[in-house]
Design a protein around this ligand. Structure first.
Ligand SMILES: Nc1ncnc2c1ncn2[C@@H]1O[C@H](COP(=O)(O)OP(=O)(O)OP(=O)(O)O)[C@@H](O)[C@H]1O
Ligand SMILES: [Mg+2]
Length: 322
């Protein structure tokens, strides 16, 4: 039954989105030839492209190797190719790759209607579709929101360039791997390994704290949040053990995350491990973080990297039972 199938498809996508958001979808990072995915996509999308008499689909051969999650990358490219073919009435859709030092950019180019500058942010939101295309082409408006979420989980930058009425280029930037070795990178730490940890998050932005709470509790952690040093000390109940780990933003509204961490450590007379998370990677900030012996992660935060580092910094200590 077609309508039931459609409902099931929507549910599956929404489940996938929530798994991505809560970090329950575990990336499986390996090195593999990009051609593996390109070849499959070529076969998979040939019929859709053939339905359009005036459209040519070209997949450029590549010998590059990449380091990423095979299934999730394929999902990203499927969504981008499906869009390019769906929304381009005639001309060409091209899937290709460019090198940038240690990185690669996969590009999906089309000669479709293009996307006005004012709409480029909105189309990545769920259920958003452009009026120009919504009437003639079926869709839920979920494809690009999945692309964006997977990009965040994997730490791959997704970009869009477009000239209205000429076409669009969606691109995905990811690490290149040395050809020849198929290996499982040990970076993937299952959420279960950090379940039960008590985590203190310090960030001046409420929305960031809310996001961290959702993600970390999804991994089974107990979460406390604070917007500044005073609040952080306030969260610590007398007689209770200190948190197992502190995640601190560097720039707070008053003072820095390092001040807040120092206040917490002093109050608890403990040496709780610390990860400083910041968009600021100027040498001065880096030096100061290192001077205090803290670990550092860049914003935007990669869930897999955070989990791996949290595990590494807390692995020696006994993890409290649920
Ligand atoms: N290559 C493109 N050219 C022109 N417009 C595009 C292109 N890709 C996406 N869009 C616009 O962005 C909107 C959102 O895309 P998205 O993939 O999120 O949803 P969808 O294709 O409408 O539905 P779904 O992917 O869930 O089937 C599309 O409806 C379309 O208006
Ligand atoms: Mg789509």
């Amino acid at each position: 039954d077609a309508s039931l199938e459609a409902v099931e498809a929507i549910l599956n996508i929404l489940i996938e989105i929530s798994r991505l958001d809560t970090g329950r979808l575990e990336p499986d990072i390996t090195s593999f030839p990009l051609a593996d995915i390109f070849e499959r996509l070529k076969v998979e999308f040939a019929p859709l492209a053939r339905e359009k008499a005036e459209l040519e689909l070209r997949v450029v051969a590549t010998r590059a190797w990449v380091c990423t999650d095979r299934r999730l990358l394929r999902r990203v490219l499927q969504n981008l190719l499906a869009n390019a073919i769906k929304y381009t009435p005639r001309g060409k859709v091209l899937l290709g790759v460019r090198r940038h030092g240690s990185e690669l950019t996969i590009e999906i180019c089309d000669t479709g209607p293009g996307i006005p500058k004012s709409k480029r942010a909105v189309i990545f939101k769920e259920f958003e579709r452009l009026e120009e295309t919504a009437a003639s082409v079926r869709g839920l408006g979920l494809g690009l929101s999945i692309v964006e979420r997977i990009g965040k989980v994997l730490g791959h930058q997704v970009d869009l360039r477009s000239v209205p009425s000429k076409g669009s280029i969606f691109s995905v930037r990811l690490p290149r791997a040395a050809p020849g070795v198929v290996e499982s990178a040990p970076v993937s730490v299952p959420a279960g390994r950090i379940a039960g940890l008590t985590v203190l998050c310090i960030d001046n932005e409420r929305s960031v704290l809310d996001g961290m709470r959702v993600m970390l509790s999804g991994w089974g952690c107990k979460v406390m949040t604070a917007q500044n040093a005073a609040e952080a000390v306030d969260r610590l109940q007398p007689g209770h053990a200190p948190p197992d780990i502190i995640l601190a933003d560097y720039h707070l509204d008053s003072g820095t995350g390092l001040d807040a961490v120092a206040a917490v450590r002093a109050a608890k007379r403990s040496h709780t491990p610390v990860i400083v998370i910041s968009a600021d990677h100027t040498p001065e900030v880096q030096r100061e973080i290192r001077k205090h012996g803290h670990a550092f992660l860049r914003k935007p935060l990669k869930a897999a990297a955070l989990r791996a580092l949290m595990h590494q910094l807390t692995a020696q200590r006994p993890v409290a039972a649920e």
